[in-house]
Design a protein around this ligand. Structure first.
Ligand SMILES: CC(C)(COP(=O)(O)OP(=O)(O)OC[C@H]1O[C@@H](n2cnc3c(N)ncnc32)[C@H](O)[C@@H]1OP(=O)(O)O)[C@@H](O)C(=O)NCCC(=O)NCCS
Length: 299
């Protein structure tokens, strides 16, 4: 029987998820299913945006797409994030993932999508298929464990379920040169390896800033720190009192990157994980080299 490339149904998703979880989560010593980490991707409502190759009832290969609106350069671009690319162990090296990526790209082009983007530690596999690494992302590391600083009391820590999303959006619109349009369910994402995500909010004298922070036991992972730089000291003091170690995902030229570089002993390293594929002629390598998609938004 010949293989068929098609969109996933919610029933397919039920049998695909345990395979994806084993590969991307549990075999790596992580916890929490992809369905709870990326609720708007691995859910029945998005099943048709998961693409698969099936042969005789067996799923040979699959990948997930999340459609996004990307605000940048005074324009709203239509993007597709790709994740969960997998081929079953005994069918690898037979071209299935490559064919699935090519046919998904074709479907995205037809749907008028401007670009696709993914994150990988295996760039060679995607480079063969025309994807390019372009990443201004920086990974920062600093030690925490400081005594409680009076500044840290001026920070409210709330779970994402209790966060006032409209307030976050207001600051993003004012301070972020580019951003993904987030819907309420997107704030439910829990990037690997965090156990949960919290909002740190600091407001004083009419100045406001927040940080989205992943909690990974003794480590706090800052996915973004946005708002008035005058409030960043309070946010970082709070984190430093609560975590032994702090990681920061950021990009060169952001307000938070500049502030952290000038005011803390953070050590930065480049983190070139992002690969892009232009799907419309409006997008090119030079344009995407200036874009950065926060770690929190990635799938
Ligand atoms: C990566 C993966 C999806 C490839 O699936 P596949 O169906 O075997 O891929 P294809 O058969 O289309 O392509 C295989 C080709 O890619 C190459 N390739 C596979 N993995 C590679 C890697 N990590 N780096 C570079 N090349 C790679 C193979 O050598 C082969 O090359 P060839 O055609 O010149 O012989 C599969 O190995 C897999 O499921 N891995 C585990 C999950 C994973 O890591 N996914 C990627 C997350 S970003």
């Amino acid at each position: 029987m010949s293989a068929v490339l098609r969109n996933c149904t919610s029933t397919d998703l039920e049998r695909l998820l345990p395979v994806l979880d084993e590969n991307f989560i549990y075999s790596k010593g992580r916890s929490k299913s992809l369905a709870s980490r990326f609720p708007s991707v691995y859910c029945a409502a998005n099943a048709h945006n998961i693409y698969l190759v099936e042969e005789a009832g067996e799923i040979l290969s699959a990948l997930a797409v999340k459609h996004v609106d990307w605000h940048a350069d005074g324009h709203v671009w239509r993007g597709a994030m790709i994740g969960g690319v997998i081929t079953s162990l005994d069918r690898r090296g037979q071209g299935w993932a490559s064919r699935l990526l090519a046919s998904t790209e074709q479907a995205l082009r037809i749907a008028g999508i401007d670009f696709a983007v993914l994150w990988t530690a295996q760039p060679a596999f995607y480079a063969r298929l025309g994807w390019n690494v372009q990443d201004s992302g920086m990974f920062g590391e600093m030690s925490g464990g400081s005594d409680v600083d009076p500044l840290s009391d001026r920070v409210q820590v709330v779970s994402m379920a209790d966060a006032k999303l409209a307030d976050i959006e207001c600051l993003r619109q004012k301070h972020c040169a580019f951003r993904i349009q987030r819907h309420a369910e997107d704030y439910g994402q829990i990037p690997i390896p965090a156990n949960c995500v919290e909002l740190l909010w600091s407001e004083q004298d009419g100045q406001t800033a927040y940080a989205l922070v992943g909690d990974a036991d003794q480590t706090g992972i800052v996915y973004e720190m946005v708002g008035a730089p005058e409030r960043f000291a309070a946010l970082m003091a709070n984190l430093s009192a609560r975590y032994q170690r702090i990681y920061v995902n950021d990009f060169k030229s952001s307000e938070s990157y500049d502030w952290l570089a000038s005011n803390t002993d953070i050590r930065w390293q480049e983190k070139p994980l992002t690969m892009w594929r232009a799907l419309s002629d409006k997008v090119n390598a030079e344009l995407v080299s200036q874009w950065y998609i926060p770690y929190f938004d990635r799938i």
